[in-house]
Write a protein that binds this ligand. Structure first.
Ligand code: SAH
Length: 454
């Protein structure tokens, strides 16, 4: 007989939270059947109502707390916790760091890998750290509002304090929104695919304080853009460049392909590890500059460069890692998919007077193959891939080149563990404890540095 779930929708009862998922949801179990519960922490006894029942798991919500976890902290507005901007906001920061370390440990254990994980390096002030914001604009009761979409939904919630963004960016978003309102710029309407302004993106240099405003519009036409540009500059004297980006697609992707510079050079500059970097709208740039310096320092120290090495920096972005390593290596090769970022990287080499770095545009997996054919034999390979990790072809080419050391910077521990297994199958070993560096406080994201050696 088919086993039915042991709970039904709208059922209410008391239970205890026994775990926290990697997405930050509390877990309770009824006869082994898991219920996922927002805003609930391990050890808490809660009264819940079942909201959704599917075959193998369900969702419930807390009606009342019978006791509270010692790790629970006061949240600043519960909308944040529920929605995904700051899903760990109700968990004390030291416990967040432990949670992240434990995530990595559990994944390793599941893969039967006996590898140590260090304590996560955290922030002194784990709020208002993001140097970039991309905020949707919508119309509510005739007014332009900025905010965010609830996790897994199209429900728009208007807010002005984003908690984890640079506060100057929060202020800038409101100021730009008000200028757009003043000039009667219509907000984008997703359903009808009408209206003009879709998103406001702001980037601010942590050291330089230079600020970039990007207006993401549905159509190329932005009525009164000259006046709007002037009004933004007046409201925000620190803005050094304003760009209009057109995205006419029906998509969740924020930026379209086309940029039109309305004011300034079309990019900002910022410093990292004492070097200067140009950052264009489409280029990736680490969003937590304070932690990035710690992350890179840990990676460089572990790379152990002496000045004689050939290094490949795969997924090189605007060249931050390549250029920071350049003076400690003989020759560096970088590869990056986004051509605008590669253009920035090449410019950044010039700005910083560095001439032992070559940047290529394309898929890292293809360039690894090219380099392997060209008999390039790197001493050190640095990889910093997106969440999906390394392609099998990438690992294959790496194994042909046999670098002595691989420095793996990862933003997704589950693909990291999979890839470590790929290297280990060829005899590589993890020679230092995996180091988590918390780039994303209040969220469930985890960044790590791993060293593999042969
Ligand atoms: N190392 C850089 C960038 C890391 S983010 C830094 O620390 O700033 C990952 C980068 O990989 C992004 O710039 C992204 O555009 C790029 N990317 C994504 N898929 C890629 C692929 N298949 N080949 C090369 N680069 C890729």
């Amino acid at each position: 007989m088919k086993k039915l779930p042991p709970v039904i929708k709208n059922q209410e009862f008391d239970t205890e939270i026994i775990d926290l998922t990697y997405q930050g949801m509390g877990v309770a179990k009824v006869d082994g059947y898991p219920l996922f519960i927002e805003n609930a922490l391990p050890g808490e006894k809660v009264s819940i109502r079942v909201m959704k029942v599917s075959k193998n798991f369900g969702f419930a919500k807390v009606l009342a707390f019978r006791n509270e976890s010692p790790d629970r902290v006061e949240t600043k507005g519960s909308a944040y916790t529920q929605t995904g901007i700051a899903p760990l906001q109700h968990l004390a920061y030291p416990a967040q760091l432990k949670f992240k370390q434990a995530q990595v440990q559990e994944l390793l254990k599941k893969a039967h890998l006996d590898i140590e994980v260090s304590d996560a390096i955290g922030m002194e002030d784990p709020f208002h750290y993001r140097n970039k914001a991309q905020v949707p604009v919508r119309e509510i009761a005739g007014e332009l509002k900025t905010g965010f979409f609830k996790k897994n939904s199209h429900d728009f919630i208007a807010i002005e304090d984003f908690l984890i963004q640079d506060e100057e960016i929060d202020k800038a978003i409101v100021a730009v929104r008000d200028v757009l309102q003043r000039f009667h710029v219509e907000a984008y309407d997703e359903r009808a695919h009408k209206g003009i302004i879709r998103h406001i993106m702001v980037r601010r240099g942590h050291y330089s304080k230079q600020m970039m405003v990007v207006l993401v519009t549905r159509s190329k036409k932005l009525p009164m853009f000259t006046e709007i540009t002037a009004a933004i500059r007046e409201a925000l004297p620190d803005v050094t460049t304003i760009v209009q980006n057109t995205n006419s697609e029906k998509t969740n992707v924020i930026l379209g392909r086309e940029n039109k510079v309305l004011f300034g050079p079309g990019y900002i500059e910022d410093q990292l590890n004492g070097l200067t970097f140009r950052i264009s709208p489409h280029s990736f740039y680490q969003i937590n500059p304070v932690q990035t310096e710690k992350l890179y320092a840990a990676a460089f120290e572990r790379a152990g460069l002496t000045g004689n090495e050939t290094v490949i920096d795969a997924y090189s972005g605007i060249g931050t890692i390549s250029l920071s390593m350049a003076k400690h290596a003989r020759q560096i090769y970088g590869v990056e998919l986004v051509s605008e970022a590669v253009k920035d990287a090449k410019e950044n080499a010039k700005i910083n007077d560095i001439d032992n770095v070559r940047f290529e545009t394309g898929m890292a997996e293809n360039w690894m193959e090219n380099w392997s054919h060209a008999n390039l034999r790197p001493d050190v390979l640095v990889v910093d891939p997106p969440r999906k990790g390394l392609e099998p072809a990438f690992i294959e080419s790496t194994l042909k080149m046999q670098p002595k050391k691989v420095v793996y910077i990862s933003c997704n521990p589950s693909t990291l563990v999979r890839d470590i297994e790929g290297f280990m199958a060829d005899g590589y070993k993890v020679t230092k404890p995996i180091l988590p560096v918390d780039q994303f406080p209040q969220t469930t994201h985890i960044e790590t540095v791993t060293i593999l050696e042969k």
